[in-house]
Ligand binder design. Structure first.
Ligand code: HEC
Ligand code: HEC
Length: 509
């Protein structure tokens, strides 16, 4: 909360996703590709197989270009974007893991240098020396995964670290090993999906053999990824797993994401078995593209699931994604956010600008005004109330209620709620009263959000907090004094455009 806010119209999370998704795909591709190419070249040299060696050589150009140029630049992009949208969070991650990052960069340099040498020395140095460079690349690339996997998994399951604050407790946390297996499988998938395109261009007489060879790699990648995934799910703390598993998952959307990911993996496996292993002559660039899409879909689904179940935390049970430290909640409620954040204090003394500054500090990391996860849509409005009051018949009432009210009023039915409201006519005659009711709901929501802070503070120290029973399991608590709460309520209420209807609320994590 001590940093200025970078207001991206698109939403910080969305921008981050745009940079991070291509980066992680490429990063896994670079790891799996290195391994696949090194093994392929080794086999080729042993068997004096020209076509096989060509497959390795031609794949290596793309590997080098993609992993050094695109991978490195987008990697820097992640740091720039993350540093701008959540400076407090990045600062916390760096402070906890400074030596982790240092190791990561050492391996990354080894990876890049080996990649460049590998590509530049085809046919110029002895085959054995060239193989050695290839394997050095594999070691560098894989070790960079070994390190970063520790940091990524730590964010979701910090484990013993929450109590001990010891580096290695956080590093080798409960999901470390399953996730390493899973990512190894994903790396193989990414690499084979790409190398199929290269193999399709090989001479006719060897094409089928090369495709079948890649087919087995793909099958191996799917099996390893699946095993890693199931293991990952099994070691997740029950409170996290219940968010997307079981008869009534707390976040139904994430349950859907899980099935999407697993079905995509199944599709990749079946396609790989049929089109590559059993009948490679059927393989076409189009089938390869579908296969690559299925592999990406699995990977993307898993990453979304992992990010989704971590909400509202950046580091589970320690740091919220808006930069709020769990341990700071009581103090901030006591003395106020403005007292601790120069930026909020500079927001001004009058209620409206204080409210705006508080919104930027506490909510804007997830909510945009009108774009992704629009706050205007999430909040109730006078038009929403009027729409329910005016709805004719139980079905229309149900629809209006589902769309605009159910998220916060799950305990009542649509018609019951309609009965509690003044009629549409009365609403039209008394806009003041409606504005009052609407602002009252917003203030009451903030109160609920602030009470949530007590649940976080009261949770057993050193263990992961169970967010499922909370008022809003995917949101950090609101922190601040009563005056700050009122100021934020005023600001949020002022976003209501009155009679103009707001578009329906949108789900999205
Ligand atoms: C960690 C990200 C995050 C932060 C920070 C955050 N929210 Fe949310 N908020 C969400 C998500 C996710 C939803 C559910 C999305 C949806 O249903 O559209 C949501 C929904 C809401 C809703 C609709 C009610 C509901 O429970 O679905 C309101 C109102 C709201 N947020 C207000 C706020 C306010 C006010 C703040 C700042 C004090 C805030 N949020 C901070 C993620 C966040
Ligand atoms: C962002 C959350 C949120 C949304 C969305 C929301 N409300 Fe509310 N509303 C509240 C809270 C919190 C209260 C006060 C606590 C309570 O009584 O549940 C409240 C109170 C009310 C009350 C006052 C009666 C009472 O129970 O005390 C009415 C009537 C009401 N809401 C109607 C609606 C209608 C109709 C909609 C949909 C158009 C709606 N609300 C949407 C949060 C919300």
């Amino acid at each position: 909360m001590d940093y200025p806010i970078w207001d991206v119209a698109l939403g910080g999370g969305m921008l981050m996703a745009l940079v991070a998704i291509p980066h992680v795909i490429v990063a896994h591709f670079a790891i799996g590709g290195g391994l696949l190419i090194a093994v392929t070249e080794t086999l080729a040299v042993r068997r004096s197989d020209f076509e096989l060696r060509e497959l390795a050589r031609r794949s290596s150009l793309v590997l080098i270009l993609v992993s050094t140029v695109f991978g490195a630049i987008s990697g820097v992009g992640i740091w720039v974007v993350a540093g701008l949208i959540s400076p407090a969070a990045i600062s916390a991650l760096i402070h906890t893991y400074v030596w982790g990052w240092a190791m990561e960069w050492v391996f990354f340099i080894l990876e890049i240098v080996a990649a460049l040498v590998y590509y530049a020395t085809w046919g110029r140095i002895s085959k054995q020396a060239h193989l050695l460079v290839g394997w050095l690349y594999v070691v560098g690339a894989y070790l960079s995964l070994v390190v970063i996997n520790g940091i990524i998994t730590f964010m979701l399951t910090p484990g013993e670290w929450l109590a001990s604050r010891a580096f290695w407790d956080g590093f080798f946390n409960p999901t470390y090993w399953p996730s390493l297996v899973l990512r190894t499988g994903i790396a193989l998938l990414m690499a084979t999906a790409f190398m199929i395109f290269v193999a399709l261009r090989a001479g006719v007489e060897r094409r089928e053999a090369l495709l079948r060879y890649l087919g087995w790699w793909l099958v191996a990648g799917c099996v390893v990824a699946y095993a890693g995934y199931r293991w990952w799910e099994a070691v997740l703390p029950g409170t996290v797993r219940n968010l997307f598993r079981g008869a009534e998952p707390a976040l139904a959307q994430l349950a859907a994401t899980r099935s999407f990911a697993l079905w995509s993996l199944t599709a990749a496996l079946l396609l790989g078995l049929v089109v590559l292993v059993l009948a490679p002559r059927l393989a076409r660039p189009a089938t390869a593209a579908v296969l690559a899409l299925a592999a990406f879909a699995f990977f993307g689904g898993y990453e979304r699931l992992r990010e989704g179940v971590r909400k509202p935390f950046l580091i589970h049970s320690h740091l919220f994604s808006n930069g709020l430290l769990l341990s700071a909640i009581p103090e901030l409620n006591e003395s106020g956010v403005a007292a601790h954040s120069g930026w909020v204090a500079r927001g001004g003394e009058d209620g409206a600008s204080l409210g705006r500054a508080l919104f930027r500090a506490q909510c804007a990391s997830c909510h945009t005004l009108d774009g992704y996860q629009s706050i205007r849509r999430a909040l109730p409005s006078r038009a929403d109330l009027a729409a329910l009051a005016a709805a004719e018949g139980p079905e229309a009432a149900e629809r209006a209620f589902r769309a605009e009210c159910a998220a916060c009023h799950a305990e009542v039915g649509a018609q019951e709620m309609q009965g509690m409201l003044p009629s549409a006519e009365e609403m039209g005659q008394d806009p003041e009263m409606m504005a009052e009711l609407n602002r009252g709901m917003i203030a009451a929501t903030l109160l609920e959000l602030r009470d949530m802070g007590e649940a976080f503070t009261a949770a057993p120290h050193g263990a992961m907090v169970d967010t499922a029973p909370l008022f809003a399991p995917y949101m950090p608590p609101f922190v601040g004094t009563d005056r700050e709460l009122e100021a934020l309520a005023d600001h949020l209420a002022s976003l209501d455009r009155g009679a103009e209807p707001t578009p329906a609320r949108q789900g999205g994590l």
